[in-house]
Design a protein around this ligand. Structure first.
Ligand SMILES: C[S@@+](CC[C@H](N)C(=O)[O-])C[C@H]1O[C@@H](n2cnc3c(N)ncnc32)[C@H](O)[C@@H]1O
Length: 384
């Protein structure tokens, strides 16, 4: 009986709806047929609510609202443009270079009669990087980058937290550097800005994305500098790198594909939470272990690797690092040591919010006053 009433009510409603629409205007809404029943962004949020509420406890509601709000950018100054002029213009906007501020605040006062080794000389962070951000709570936006007088763009807009893995890599002049998953190229550009690369291999599996990387390099780095830094762009499977060029590099950046948490909550296109990509998503930690292992095998003994993701997931962050270190010890008898980044975190805690309880590495968590990240990074030294 109840079912009959329900059906009748639906019929009446249907007729009432059609009665108000002229026949020639009656059509099925196109989007109703094409729009997915469960948008991937929604599935991502459900997934994060389940896993991150356990992982982050009381911190999750504030991280969640920040992830769903507009993110903040940083302006990485192009040292190959007239950088003092660009810096002046950014200062006029009330932005500040968070890198030089952090470093000048963090430098220890030398005691009288004593000389201290500056942290930069000990490889604590890569030199010559300038990145402007607006102060905590200031949600101003940077105007788009412009072509400077030297024929290259004046700055590159990026999530300022993306600079931390490059800073942590601690480049030294004359280093041979590999950027294993490089496209679209924000971090490759930052590596070149340090002026330290004797040669730089920038690789990405995707040829369309290495095309974007090439465009970024052409727009920001003059040809003679690209030649001097011997920049080589390739589109190989990074997992094979250890076999191709083992024990070769001083510094390796392994910025792996991940669930790109912020992107997954905003964009349907290319969203890893689409149902059709479930297997790919489940296989991510495995791919990440393989890429990190390849990066470590490509490093010279004594060289350094930074592993990074833009995900909050422990499974893609700390577990991958620990799993890879165990794998290399068991399969190759290679010893890898995780480096302590506490000093590094302290340097940058005025600009970013860090998760206080990482077992290995550091994690920038989104915060409404400093809405950068997520960005996980862990620095390792290959000992043997
Ligand atoms: C997080 S993005 C890299 C972002 C880049 N480092 C930047 O700062 O602009 C991860 C990249 O890994 C690439 N990738 C996925 N699988 C790969 C593989 N097996 N080998 C090398 N690159 C891979 C993807 O095409 C994607 O561009």
């Amino acid at each position: 009986m109840a079912a009959l009433v329900g059906r009748r009510a639906r019929d009446v409603l249907k007729r009432a709806h059609f009665a108000t629409v002229l026949r020639r205007h009656r059509h099925k809404k196109k989007w109703a047929a094409t729009e997915p029943k469960f948008p991937a962004t929604q599935l991502a949020l459900q997934n994060f609510d389940m896993t991150y509420s356990v992982q982050f406890g009381d911190l999750w509601p504030s991280i969640r609202v920040s992830l769903l709000s507009e993110q903040k950018y940083g302006a990485l100054v192009n040292n190959f443009a007239a950088w003092d002029h660009v810096s002046g213009e950014l200062e006029q906007l009330n932005a500040r270079d968070f890198v030089s501020e952090a470093i000048s605040h963090g430098e220890p006062e030398p005691e009288s009669g004593q000389t201290t080794t500056p942290p930069q000389a000990s490889g604590a962070y890569s030199p010559n990087l300038r990145c402007f951000t607006f102060a905590r709570g200031d949600v101003s936006r940077f105007p788009p980058a412009r072509l400077g007088s030297l024929g290259v763009m004046d700055y590159y807009l990026m999530d300022a937290a993306s600079l931390l893995p490059v800073l942590a890599l601690g480049l030294q002049p004359g280093d041979t550097v590999l950027d294993l998953c490089a496209a679209p190229g924000g971090k490759t550009l930052a590596l070149l800005q340090t002026g330290c690369c004797r040669n730089l291999a920038a690789n990405d599996l995707s040829t369309s994305r290495t095309g974007r990387l090439q465009r970024v390099l052409r727009s920001y780095v003059p040809q003679d500098i690209r030649d001097r830094n011997r920049v080589r762009v390739t589109s190989w499977d990074g997992r094979k790198w250890g076999e191709l060029e083992g024990d070769t590099y001083d510094r390796v950046l392994v910025d792996v594909p991940c669930t790109t948490d912020r992107h997954s909550l905003r964009e349907e296109e290319n969203n890893i939470f689409q149902r059709s990509r479930k297997k790919e998503r489940q296989m991510l930690p495995m791919l990440q272990v393989q890429l990190l292992a390849a990066g470590l095998l490509a490093t010279k003994p004594g060289g350094h690797v930074v592993y990074s993701t833009c995900s909050l997931s422990h499974l893609q962050n700390e577990y991958v690092v620990q799993g890879t270190i165990d794998f290399l010890a068991n399969q190759y008898s290679i010893k890898v040591q995780v480096e302590n980044l506490t000093h590094f975190r302290k340097l940058f805690m005025d600009t970013f919010s860090f998760f206080p309880s990482c077992q290995v590495g550091e994690l920038v968590i989104p915060n409404l006053l400093a809405n950068f990240g997520p960005m996980y990074f862990c620095k390792m030294c290959r000992l043997t």
